[in-house]
Design a protein around this ligand. Structure first.
Ligand SMILES: [Zn+2]
Length: 211
């Protein structure tokens, strides 16, 4: 049974009126005779925005057992592949959905197949996964540090900043020959930066920066 306050059954989390009985089940909100929403109950329990969300949900006239559906593919069947795509989307909300998964697969594969010492490969992997212990990441993990970059003292020390945007990083990249400096100046994550490089630079160019 789906609880009105224990399950994620609405697209937004519900707003309850003060004193509402939150222990009810979603089924309790449905009139057993008409099989439609019990508007009176919905009105006494929820604030107007949630009320709207609920009443928008169409109910079947035929009594049938509830089923959980996976709405990420046409078959409504859960698959690891679509779950992975959802995870990526949650992690990188700024990326459009199209071609995201195949592009990412290519990129992880390419990083993994770089002909470089394992420690370099791991570092790139960590940087792209945004799990390096940058100050910004430490703050997110509730570690008490000043998130500002100690090198330039101006911006938050994110992976993208310390490896690309910070003047120190810019100077370092300036020593590299090729088109790499022109790749991007955006403040996007390091992961997106790498993706952009991969799209714009040839395979040889890309590989040569894995040194
Ligand atoms: Zn800096």
């Amino acid at each position: 049974m789906i609880g009105i306050n224990t399950h994620k059954w609405l697209s937004r989390s519900p707003n309850f009126k003060a004193g509402a009985d939150k222990s009810l089940k979603v089924a309790d909100l449905i009139d057993t005779i008409t099989n439609q929403w019990d508007r009176g109950k919905v009105h006494t329990i929820f604030e107007p925005d949630t009320r709207e969300d609920i009443l928008k949900l169409k109910l079947s006239n035929v009594a049938s057992r509830d089923r959980l559906l996976w709405k990420e593919n046409k078959a409504n069947k859960f698959s690891v592949r679509t779950a992975y795509q959802v995870a990526l989307r949650l992690h990188h909300p700024q990326i459009g959905e199209h071609s995201l998964a195949s592009m990412d697969r290519k990129m992880w594969k390419r990083i993994w197949s770089l002909n470089v010492p394992p420690k370099v490969r791991n570092f790139m992997w960590w940087a792209c996964s945004n799990i390096l212990p940058t100050k910004a990441n430490l703050v997110q993990k509730k570690v008490q540090v000043d998130p500002i970059c100690t090198v330039c003292g101006q911006h938050e020390e994110t992976t993208g900043h310390i490896l690309w945007e910070c003047p120190l990083a810019r100077n370092m990249w300036a020593l590299v020959r090729g088109r790499i400096q022109k790749t991007s100046s955006s403040k996007a994550s390091f992961f997106l930066l790498m993706r952009q490089m991969m799209e714009r630079l040839s395979r040889e160019e890309f590989l040569s920066y894995g040194l």
